[in-house]
Design a protein around this ligand. Structure first.
Ligand code: PEP
Ligand code: MG
Length: 954
């Protein structure tokens, strides 16, 4: 939004006529470096189309869209003419607010100025103002209304009481950037007040950046108070910005319609709080005018509304703004509606149909302007980036991005550009549209079922099944049906429902959950494709490297692994489902490489290094030959390693190092054993919890763990207790919003706040492993006190459960992930049975680099000498007490790190199942003495780069 600075205002201007005034305005923009001289003609052309006089002695000259090429920078210049000038339409003007805008920013200015138009005497005040401050304050005081929109709502939250709901609402406001942590703390300290009709209210002025209102509703109605709890409003108050909203809320309660908010969806809540009556008829209409509802079309709309026999209200579908009178010009302009946005008109009583039809018809016809139909996905609204010609990537030059799936690929690229879906926005026959949508959803589900059947299993099938569930979501269907009932086509209504849900998902603080928005859009496109009969572009018959903007998970699942040698995306991170799938399918992948990769010509050769996260387009012959050699070498090694996968993990001279598998799903245990796993070295049990809508009970957990134990057939299972909280939330275990979730309530800290959950998990593991070796480890432990707290529960269970009903070969250990634990390893080693070093987190906390940071994570290298020293301290302390040490972070499968870790004395390496044969093969390449030399060499360096260089040379 444009704001007025003092330097933007020029006082005491004089002009004989409007031409001279406009020339001065153009010159002022030019002198400020905002426009080139050609813009002046644009200002004249615009006035020739229609006057930019706004009212109250203000005109807002701005160029035509064609003249935007002369705009260098967006900005405004305000010229005050105390004596006034006669504008060409006969109005008297004292102030020109002259706008240089690259897009539709003039709408924001218009919006800010509408309050001036309402006020009496402003024209005289503007003429008489003798300071810039006075002019600025007359023009700039935009009416602030507290924010209320889909992002400030928190509906159907699994809370247990009104306090938790109040906190959920406060946390939502914090996520939306309206408040800071002090606000959340202030809300936590007070008890919500009952408003009646099941609604409650809490508020604070502390830590408010933007005034806003949140509503949190419970999953199911909460009883147990004097009053039922159906929803808690949480207000971030500042000035009187919330008064309008609270008045509308009071009116809702006065009319006894508070229940309208129970179990309501986002659209209904916003409609009720906008002041739109539940009994009113509503229709939607899309703004088609190229520059939105600016003064001219707004005037037309107001005229049509005034011709009707009943009051008509209008609001923007997006956001939670008030439903205003469609007969008020300032209110209609104040909506600031842009092309593509949906207006919701409402009217009550007999004849409402006809009245609404008249306004919708007028909007559809362009309100006096020539308009083009709006095509979702094709139209250039504020949400769709302008097409900027992509500068090609330089040839034979490495381009760095994010490593997402290891491996090397060489081949021609095939750039898959997102298909365009073309469809009409509106449709007459709602019954027919609903049927079309139903059929398309069914076809989508059938496609997914077929994909699940032909999928290689594991994560691929799981994600495709999750997509099937998403497609079956009754709320999505309902939202789309409502859109159709309001006159949208099946395509438009479906995409609006998908987009709304995906946006809500994207707002979530947790990166993993936010990335699920890609899944939703993927599912949405599948159905849209069926509706529009659009098929994805056909890839070549020869093997290729697939380049996409942001590959959808089901795109990856459908990849022909025989043909797709590698995957390169412009967007996305290493934790996206597509990256996880690429790893599961063994396809080398580099992600987040930027838009320029989309400019690659189809057929251009590319080297893709999924290990280092690098691509080289059009490599020189020499570089290509080098890459081909290492690829051949790698393939040979992989074949040999796989053939020898069942050999024990040993160095060349026979030193034993166990090689186990990291798993998140017990169903994959048999596959890991088939790949040569000597046990499971890390079972991330949180994935089992995440796969359930509520905490799995004892029997469910026993069944899960038994699946792994049986498949292991006597090999050891190392299960990590629940590691959630912070950045890995469990929906049914809410944790207040934290400034630094990585340093917050997570891992064992969180588990100890609900010891009964930990106890059930211990009990389930012990019960499932009767007669089998079981190791349990605790995540994110910082010192011996946390270990002892968990151990006391564990020991009690050992005493309580008869020996024949539980595992007897059990060990309890801790993960070394927090530097304090490595530093204090001697005190821990005396009491624990083993250590397993989580190098992913240990590196993150030692180097203070977020392991998922899009730019920095490449520097979070576990071969940093500081991390290696902590590993050395851990191993020395453990061995001094006769305890064993494993490494279960990614470092364990890093070919350069393997000898270093063995040289430091690590006894077990637990790695991704696919990596097991390679790690065993790597162990066979060196002997213990060599490993020790490499460890010493690494410890003597001062940076991770130096470590890698030194290791490469030796
Ligand atoms: C680690 O931190 O290294 C680890 C293995 O745990 P996770 O990656 O699950 O945090
Ligand atoms: Mg960890």
């Amino acid at each position: 939004m444009l704001t007025l600075g003092h330097n933007d205002i020029m006082l005491g201007c004089r002009a004989n006529d409007w031409h001279a005034a406009l020339d001065q305005a153009a010159a002022a923009l030019g002198e400020a470096g905002l426009v080139a001289p050609g813009y002046r003609d644009g200002l004249y052309d615009r006035e020739a189309q229609s006057s930019t006089f706004l009212g109250n002695a203000i005109a807002i000259p701005h160029g035509t869209p064609e003249s935007r090429e002369h705009v260098k920078r967006t900005g405004v210049r305000v010229l005050q003419f105390p004596e006034g000038i006669e504008w060409h339409d006969g109005n008297r003007v004292h102030v020109l607010v002259t706008i240089a805008a690259q897009s539709d920013e003039h709408l924001d200015i218009l919006r800010q100025l509408t309050h001036v138009l309402d006020r009496e005497g402003v024209a005289d005040k503007l003429a008489a103002a003798d300071s810039r401050t006075a002019v600025a304050s007359l023009l700039s005081k935009a009416p602030v209304e507290a924010r209320l929109d889909a992002d400030t709502l928190c509906l159907k939250f699994p809370a247990r009481d009104h306090l938790e709901l109040a906190l959920a609402g406060a946390a939502r406001l914090r996520q939306a950037g309206c408040v800071d942590a002090t606000f959340v703390a202030a809300v936590a300290e007070q008890t919500p007040r009952a408003l009646g009709q099941g609604l409650w209210f809490t508020s604070s002025t502390v830590g408010v950046n933007t005034p806003a209102l949140s509503l949190a509703t419970p999953e199911t109605s909460l009883e147990g108070h004097q009053e039922p709890v159906q929803g808690v409003f949480c207000l971030a108050a500042q000035g009187d910005a919330h008064l309008g909203l609270l008045e509308r809320l009071a009116a809702l309660l006065d009319s006894g319609s508070g229940e309208a908010l129970f179990n309501a969806d986002v659209a209904t809540v916003l409609a009720r709080l906008s002041g739109e009556s539940a009994s009113a008829q509503t229709v939607r209409a899309r703004v088609l005018n190229a520059h939105g509802l600016h003064a001219r079309p707004a005037k037309q709309l107001v005229q049509v509304a005034r011709q009707q026999t009943m009051p008509i209200k209008v609001r923007l579908l997006e956001g939670g703004g008030e439903a205003v009178s469609a007969a008020s010009l300032t209110k209609v302009i104040g909506l600031g509606a842009r092309r593509g946005q949906l207006l919701v008109f409402s009217a009550e009583g007999e004849g409402a149909d006809a009245a609404l039809e008249a306004v919708v018809g007028a909007v559809g016809e362009g309100l006096g302007e020539k308009v083009l139909p709006f095509e979702e996905g094709r139209d250039h609204t504020q949400d769709t980036p302008r097409e900027i010609p992509l500068e090609p990537l330089p040839e034979d030059t490495p381009h760095q991005a994010v490593a997402a799936s290891p491996g090397l690929a060489i081949g021609p690229v095939f750039v898959m550009r997102t298909p365009r879906f073309e469809y009409a926005e509106r449709a007459e026959d709602a019954v027919h549209e609903k049927r079309r949508l139903e059929r398309a959803i069914e076809a989508g589900i059938e496609q997914l079922e077929a994909l699940v059947r032909s999928a290689p299993g594991g994560e691929v099938s799981e994600i495709l099944s999750m997509h099937e569930e998403m497609l079956d979501d009754p709320e999505l269907h309902q939202a789309a049906r409502e859109g159709i009932e309001e006159g949208m086509s099946a395509e438009a209504a479906w995409w609006a429902a998908i987009d709304t849900a995906a946006r809500a998902q994207e707002m979530l603080a947790d990166r993993l959950l936010a990335e699920r928005a890609a899944d939703l859009r993927d599912v949405g496109r599948r159905v849209l494709g069926v509706l529009c009969g659009v098929e994805l572009p056909t890839p070549p018959d020869e093997p290729y490297i697939l380049v996409m903007d942001d590959v959808g998970p089901s795109d990856v699942a459908q990849l022909d692994t025989q043909k797709v040698r590698g995957l390169l995306t412009a967007r996305g991170g290493a934790t996206a489902h597509s990256a996880i799938l690429a790893r599961a399918l063994g396809i080398p992948a580099v992600v987040g490489a930027g838009e320029r990769v989309l400019g690659l010509e189809n057929g251009v050769e590319l080297i893709l290094d999924g290990e280092r996260g690098r691509v080289v387009p059009a490599p020189s012959l020499e570089r290509r030959q080098r890459a081909e050699l290492s690829l051949k070498e790698r393939e040979r090694l992989e074949r040999e390693a796989y053939a020898a996968r069942f050999e024990e993990g040993r160095t060349r001279d026979g030193h034993r190092v166990e090689v186990a598998a990291n798993l998140g799903n017990t169903a994959h245990t048999a596959d890991a054993v088939e790949r040569g796993a000597e046990g499971v070295g890390l079972l991330r049990t949180e994935f089992i919890f995440m796969a359930h809508a509520q905490a799995p009970d004892l029997d469910t957990q026993v069944a899960e763990y038994r699946q792994a134990i049986e498949a292991l057939d006597g090999r050891p299972l190392v299960a990590r207790t629940l590691d959630v909280g912070g950045d890995k939330p469990l929906p049914y275990w809410p944790v207040p919003q934290e400034d630094n979730p990585f340093l917050g309530l997570r891992g064992i800290r969180l588990a100890l706040t609900q010891p009964e959950v930990l106890e059930t998990q211990f009990r389930a593991l012990l019960t499932a492993a009767v007669g089998k070796p079981l190791r349990i480890m605790l995540p994110m432990v910082k010192d011996i006190a946390e270990f002892r707290a968990a151990k006391s529960i564990f020991d009690r269970l050992l005493a309580e459960i008869p020996e024949n009903e539980r595992a007897t070969d059990v060990q309890l250990g801790v993960m070394i992930e927090v530097p304090s634990c490595a530093l204090l390893a001697p005190s821990l080693a005396a009491e624990v049975d083993f250590f397993s070093i989580g190098t992913n987190d240990l590196t993150q906390y030692t180097l203070a680099i977020d392991r998922g940071h899009p730019e920095l994570s490449a520097q979070a290298d576990g071969l940093h000498p500081a991390v290696l020293r902590l590993i050395q301290m851990t191993v020395d302390a453990a061995h001094a007490q006769g305890k064993w040490v494993g490494v279960c972070g990614e470092l364990g499968s890093d070919a350069q790190a393997v000898p270093v870790l063995v040289g430091l004395g690590v006894d077990e390496l637990s790695v991704a199942a696919r990596q097991i044969p390679l790690v065993k093969a790597r162990l066979r390449e060196f002997d213990l003495a060599e490993a020790r030399r490499q460890a010493e060499l690494a410890l003597a360096q001062s940076t991770s780069e130096a470590v890698r260089d030194a290791l490469e040379r030796c």
